[in-house]
Design a protein around this ligand. Structure first.
Ligand SMILES: [Zn+2]
Length: 187
């Protein structure tokens, strides 16, 4: 999971919500702004509220549809998918990220991945959320404990490796996930 994109994978590729989705979100914000200037309980207020509820539903349906297709594609094409097992509620609270992170539907996305992988006989490996995925150099294994969330770039003090933090995290999650997978297979 990435704060800037929906996710970054171990190839360095990102997944984004489509543009229409962002436009709808802007429209929703505008409608809500208009509502805040209306007299509570008036006919116009109720009409506006209804309009907002409708748009909310539409956005939720579009999000579900988008995540459904994306997870289908991933589950279909890959035998093993490794993701970080995130506790979104705890994360949003501790980072004061509020609603936006919850809103991207990460929880919904991972649940979809899970049952679709099962359907195709593929494996979803969840890597422990406390595994130091973004703090470990994917090149030499050195650990950098003082990496701040605002540091978007990882610069390794030991080997000089410079890489996008989310990309590095994805590479480490894949390595750790495959290690767990092979361990399970051997058992
Ligand atoms: Zn290094």
């Amino acid at each position: 999971m990435s704060l800037e994109h929906l996710y970054v994978d171990s190839n360095g590729d990102t997944a984004e919500f489509p543009r229409f989705y962002c436009q709808q979100e802007e429209k929703l914000a505008k409608l809500q702004h208009v509502l805040s200037g209306m007299k509570r309980g008036s006919k116009r207020y109720e009409r506006q509220k209804h309009k907002i509820a409708k748009l909310h539903e539409k956005i939720a349906a579009q999000r579900r549809d988008f995540l459904d297709k994306l997870s289908y594609n991933l589950a279909y094409h890959y035998d093993v998918i490794c993701i970080e097992d995130l506790n979104m509620h705890a994360m949003a609270q501790s980072l004061h990220l509020g609603k936006s992170v919850m809103d991207v539907g990460w929880g919904m996305f991972t649940r979809m991945l899970e049952y679709k992988c099962k359907r195709f006989g593929h494996t979803l490996v969840k890597v422990d959320q406390w595994y130091a995925s973004s703090k470990t150099c994917c090149h030499c294994g050195a650990k950098k404990d003082d990496l701040a969330l605002s540091d978007r770039l990882y610069v390794c003090p030991v080997c000089g490796n410079i890489i996008d933090r989310d990309w590095q995290a994805a590479i480490n999650i894949k390595e750790e996930g495959l290690r767990l997978y092979h361990q399970e297979q051997a058992a």
